[in-house]
Structures are given as C-alpha cells and as structure tokens.
Design a protein around this ligand. Structure first.
Ligand code: SAM
Ligand code: SF4
Length: 350
C-alpha cells in the first residue's frame, strides 16, 4: 500500500480536510481538474488534428461508461473539482448522455464544481437541452471559420450551418458558450478579427489556440503554425486589448477587447510556457492517464480498474501516477517527422 502522506507536504494536521488527501504533485501543484477523452472517434477530420484516413482504436479497448464513471468518482473523492468531457468528438460516443447523467450526481452533492465539455458542435441541437438540465453550465465549441467553404475544407466534411445551429441551441438552453479557434496561418488568420466581433456580439468569449505538434497528419504543421504573438500584433491594429488577471490554472492568458467588451484568450504552448501553474491531468478513452499533454509518460488505470473492484486500489494507482507529473513539456514545432508527440490530440483529449 502506498503511503501518500509524503505527497501532501502542504496539508497540515490543522487544515487537512476530513476526506482523503488531495492530489498534490511533486512540484506542489494541486490536481483539481481532469479531462476525459471518451472516444478517439469523430464525425469531422480537421486537417490540423487528424489525418484523412485515421485508424481508430478497436471499440473493445475502450473503457465502458460505467468504468469511466467509476474512475471519475475516484478522482472526485481525491479533490478533483472540475471534469471536462472531450475526445475525439465526445457527443458521437454511443449513449454518452448516460455518463453525463451519472456524473451530474457529483454536481448535486457539491463534490464537483463544474462538469463541462469541449465539442465540435455538430450534435448540440440534439443534446443541448439535456446537457443544460444536467447542470452543464458552460461549454467550449471549436470553430475555426465562419466561411462555409473554408469550414468544409478545414474539417474535410463538415457543414457550418449544423454547427451554428448547435451553438444557437446551446445558448437557447441557457449554457454559456466559448468559441475555441485554432489560428492557422494561411487559412483563417485574416478572419480572426471578424470572428471575434461575431462571438463577442453574441456574448460568447473566444480563445485562440496555437497548433501543437501532436500526431501524424498529412500536412506539415510548420505550414499551419501562426504564432499567437503575431496574431496578437495584427489584432492590435484594430482592437484595444487590455490584459486581464484571470488565471484558470490552464494555458490561456486573457485580454478584454475594449471595442467589443468581450474576453479573448490566447493558448500559446509554443511561444509561452504555461506549465508552472498546471492543475490538470488527462484520461484517454482506454484508461491511460497522461500527466502532461506534451509528454509520453502515462499510467494504465484500465488494468488496475479491471483487476480490482476496490476503489482504494485504484486511488493508490492515481496517487502514484501524480507523483510522476513532470514539471513541464518541451514542445518544439520544427520541420521534423515524426510529430513531437505521436498521439493525436483526439486521443489525449483537447
Ligand atoms: N472534437 C472536439 C472539438 O473539436 O472541440 C473535442 C476534441 S478536439 C481534439 C479539442 C480541441 O483541440 C479543439 O479545439 C481542436 O481545435 C484542438 N486541436 C486539435 N488538434 C490540435 C493541434 N494539433 N493543435 C492545437 N489544437 C488542436
Ligand atoms: Fe474532430 Fe475535434 Fe479533431 Fe476536429 S479537432 S477532427 S472536431 S476531434
């Protein structure tokens, strides 16, 4: 049995909570946020994310929804306060609402602060009402362009109208929507200012993301890469950007766009290192726990989960994995193959 008391040097006898010790990594970062990729499959094939002919995992390798629920419960018992369901496209996983229904009990009990998801928006007209009724208050929708032809080109098959209808359905259901757009040098760079005006005009925050070297794709990502430092300089010719102090423990830095009144985030893993305040770990749909998006080390929680029904055994495996959380990643985007990290974003979960 692991003695994990050595992992919680900050907790004293006086201020320690009554329950099990929280997850603290070797760099004194409290792990309060779990991202769960519930499937590596998707109904789109965004050119920077996937190759045209992806080989997906056999379905038998996936954790069942019950197993995912059990694992989430173990993390929540150890102090995780926020869950983000992602993928691949989480809403294409069969019967995915069953998992949301199960997890929402932790919102009701107060153990969980937030249950949310990242989606491409194609299934939202179908699921928005139920998600909202289960306590999902905010969602991220990924959308890189408002031009229908460009949308089809980037996603290799998508229909922009379906996504816009999905966003409308989510807003009508009362959920706050944030738009995530990957900045792509020759594809949407010119459109970013207009997208910001559109999103902020509808009361939606927006975040720009730099392309990360995750997984093999047909294109060379150095051709796609637009440093957000450059995008920001261009934006400043049209907008006044006032830095905001917001920190979410994540990689985003925020500004207020004075002309629109809206919030804009920049996720810059390549031009700005964000690891020092990292509060998150990522679970794949096969039960591998990655302690860092940009590193290879992982823990096989599926094997532990299937070997024992005892949650304390599973919790010990989680605690052990957290002791291996690295200080940070070392992404570099270069004309190199293979990609810096061989896993696609759809496997580890964006
Ligand atoms: N399918 C959902 C979606 O698109 O929102 C969730 C999964 S997707 C992998 C999560 C996020 O990762 C999306 O915002 C997507 O644009 C982003 N993404 C995918 N591949 C990326 C890459 N190589 N670099 C940076 N962002 C990437
Ligand atoms: Fe699918 Fe999301 Fe990847 Fe696009 S970014 S291919 S929507 S998983």
């Amino acid at each position: 049995m692991l003695d994990d008391s050595s992992l919680t040097p900050q907790a004293s006898a006086v201020d320690a909570p009554a329950g099990p010790a929280p997850l603290i990594d070797p760099f004194q970062r409290a792990i309060s946020y779990l991202r769960i990729s519930v499937t590596d499959r998707c109904d789109l094939r965004c050119a920077y994310c996937m190759s045209e002919h992806m080989e997906f995992l056999p379905k038998r390798d996936l954790l069942t929804l019950e197993e995912l629920d059990r694992l989430c419960g173990v993390f929540i018992a150890r102090g995780v306060r926020k869950l983000r369901i992602t993928g691949g496209e989480p809403l294409v996983r069969r019967d995915i609402m069953h998992l949301f229904r199960r997890l929402s009990r932790h919102l009701d009990s107060g153990a969980l602060e937030e249950l949310t998801l990242t989606t491409n928006g194609t299934q939202l007209t179908r699921y928005a009402d139920e998600l909202a009724s289960l306590g999902v208050r905010r969602i991220n929708v990924s959308l890189d362009t408002l031009d229908p032809d460009k949308f089809r080109e980037i996603t290799r098959r998508g229909d922009l109208k379906v996504v816009l209808d999905g966003i409308a359905a989510a807003r009508a259901a009362g959920m706050k929507v944030k738009i995530n757009a990957v900045a792509l040098r020759d594809v949407n760079a010119d459109e970013i200012p207009d997208m910001i005006a559109w999103a902020h005009g509808l009361g939606m925050d927006m975040t720009l993301i730099e392309v990360m070297p995750l997984g093999e794709i047909e294109a060379d990502r150095t051709d796609q890469f637009l440093p957000l430092s450059v995008a920001r300089q261009r934006l400043e010719t049209r907008y006044t950007l006032t830095p905001l102090p917001d920190r979410t423990g994540g990689p985003a830095r925020y500004v207020r766009v004075e002309e629109t009144g809206g919030k804009l985030g920049f996720i810059t893993p390549l031009t700005h290192n964000f690891c020092e305040s990292c509060n998150r770990v990522r679970l794949t749909c096969t039960g591998q726990l990655y302690m860092c998006l940009g590193q290879e080390d992982s823990a096989d929680l599926r094997a532990v989960l299937r070997a024992s029904q005892d949650d304390s055994v599973l919790a010990a495996a989680v605690v052990e994995a957290i002791t291996r959380k690295p200080k940070g990643h070392d992404f570099v985007i270069e004309r190199q193959r293979p990609a810096a990290v061989p896993r696609h974003m759809s496997v580890t979960g964006g």
